[in-house]
Write a protein of this length. Sequence first.
Length: 88
Amino acid sequence: MKITCKCGHLITDATDRLSHKAHLIADEDKFDFLHDSSIFSRITRRMYQCDACGRLWIYDRRNSLKSFMPEGDVENFLASKIDRSGLG
């Protein structure tokens, strides 16, 4: 999967554990997911962040891409909150 950001940067999704990719779960669906993880693919939406400009790309409920530009400093805020440096 490839997304060409409005800034011209190419966002790719060709492997696992990408720091610029996340899955969005609506608060309305969170507890359903906690009780039944098999519904993950039905209730989550993929989202990506451009490494160049920080723009977020989120698939909506109709599987159409929408973009959002953050204000202020750009950081990789889709990256894991877990410090994986000590994990095997």
